[in-house]
Design a protein around this ligand. Structure first.
Ligand code: GLC
Length: 463
């Protein structure tokens, strides 16, 4: 009897393994499709599912940026207000101070006025606590606004929200200029602060990456959501209107989270997750790879097993049916469990899902499920990066330019097996020789430092 129960579970896992498989040939197809979609998105507005947003950042920081700047980072369940002192070329010292505020869940699906009002009031408190800031020398405060959602930018200081992603659904903000909303809310709170730059977190990460290493040309976020930005030749962007920038370059925010292709390994769990999500049919790539979803995919697999056999006991006594009950940090903890009896797996199953008394075999199976889901994610992310590298000629044989990829986000930073898999997959796809000139760097706080650097470049006081 026991053997039959386990066979049913093993069958579910075997199917998952097969459906999530990402052999090199498949990843090659993903990279090729990504490159193709990128070209289509650059050609004309709406040319592809991936928006290829012109960021209006045509120069990356070079280290000469100087002065006191503020940054506001909105993109997840918390937002942060920061103050960054940039000390200029020779000193390069950066002093930072920040405050993190969690966004009450009801504001994530309320009205724009409430959300921006809440943010502005936190900015007002932060500034009030600071008192008179002599470092400002009587100048108006200036802010880099990192808003990590798809925005159609019309300049470095304006952009309308195309749609929400991740867990946000503030409907009346869609189509509105998010800088105007923030500026208005800050005025209401009596904060005299000018938004000097509106950027995406990937653009901030790329900026911070290039501040530290001038060879950084790609910025990637692997966190709650996933996305990438990179430096494109302005002449390769047919949809770019007006005069080409003097630098000849333009940072593009790809919004690759919305990529989808028949090459992607999509399972029944992904389909159900998508259908029941806040944004069905959208952000398909993101739903396969980012931190908001990995734990949820694993939960769905465990639920399926529980309905096929009794190794988790009576489903109704567990919390297996509660959406998002297993988070990515939990599956990371289980995946890295090195105790001989998989004690951490047992604790997580008991704590989050109310599954008790599992056998060691069952716990091993849970680890394998985490492994399958996370490896697929890391390998697909690597294929996406290779797609960008191909687009800018960095993955072609004979190319010797050093390529630095700046990456930020909790998934990359804290999930060691994810990170190792991403790095080894990059080497596998690029080949040993080409991968020698590629380096992946954890670049923390692009949305703080990066935003301040770009605000400095667009300061009203800039020389
Ligand atoms: C989502 C957003 C994107 C952001 C990413 C990472 O994909 O649409 O703008 O960069 O999450 O935060």
């Amino acid at each position: 009897m026991v053997a039959a129960v386990e066979a049913a579970a093993e069958q579910v896992v075997a199917q998952l393994r097969e459906d999530c498989a990402t052999p090199a040939a498949r990843l090659d197809g993903v990279a090729a499709a990504m490159e193709e979609e990128m070209r289509a998105g650059l050609r004309e507005e709406g040319g592809s599912k991936i928006k290829m947003i012109v960021s209006y950042v045509d120069n990356l920081p070079n280290g000469s940026e100087e002065g006191l700047f503020y940054a506001l980072d909105l993109g997840g369940t918390n937002f942060r207000v920061l103050r960054v002192q940039l000390a200029g070329k020779d000193k390069r010292v950066v002093k930072r101070d920040s405050r993190e505020v969690s966004i009450p869940p009801h504001l994530m699906s309320g009205s724009a006025a409430e959300l921006f009002g809440f943010i502005a009031s936190a900015v007002a408190k932060y500034v009030a606590d600071e008192g008179v800031n002599r470092a400002l020398n009587g100048k108006q405060r200036e802010l880099g606004f990192t808003f990590s959602f798809p925005v159609r930018q019309t300049s470095i200081t304006s952009g309308t929200l195309i749609k929400w992603t991740k867990a946000f659904a503030v409907d009346d903000a869609v189509g509105e200029d998010v800088v105007a909303e923030l500026q208005m809310a800050m005025e209401k709170e009596g904060v005299d602060m000018r938004v000097a730059a509106l950027i995406n977190d990937t653009v901030g990460t790329l900026a911070a990456g290039s501040y530290n290493d001038e060879d950084a040309v790609i910025g990637v976020i692997l966190g709650t959501g996933s996305n990438a930005a990179y430096v494109e030749k302005a002449s390769d962007i047919p949809k770019l209107e007006g005069e080409l920038p003097k630098s000849g370059k333009m940072v593009i925010n790809t919004e690759w989270g919305n990529f989808s292709s028949s090459c992607l390994p999509i399972t029944e769990y992904d389909q159900a997750l998508d259908e029941e999500s806040l944004n069905p049919g959208e952000q398909i790539f993101e739903k396969l790879i980012s931190g908001l979803y990995l734990g949820e995919i694993v939960r769905r697999v465990l639920l399926k097993i529980a309905t096929q056999c009794s190794i988790f006991g009576d489903v109704s006594r567990t919390k297996l049916t509660t959406h998002f009950n297993l988070r990515t940090p939990d599956i990371s903890a289980m995946h890295h469990d090195e105790t001989p009896d998989l004690r951490i797996v047992a604790e997580k199953l008991a704590g989050h899902l109310k599954i008790a008394n599992t056998t060691l075999e069952t716990r091993k199976m849970v680890v394998e499920i985490c492994d399958i889901v996370t490896r697929r994610s890391a390998r697909l992310a690597a294929a996406g990066i290779v797609g960008i590298m191909r687009k800018i000629g960095r993955a072609t044989p004979g190319n010797n330019s050093r390529t630095v990829i700046a990456i930020d986000g909790g998934l990359f930073e804290h999930y060691a097996k994810f990170r190792q898999c991403l790095e080894s997959t990059l080497a596998e796809l690029l080949g040993e020789e080409a991968s020698k000139s590629v380096s992946v760097k954890l670049t923390k706080d692009g949305s703080g430092l990066g935003a301040a650097l770009i605000a400095a470049a667009h300061s009203q006081y800039a020389k």
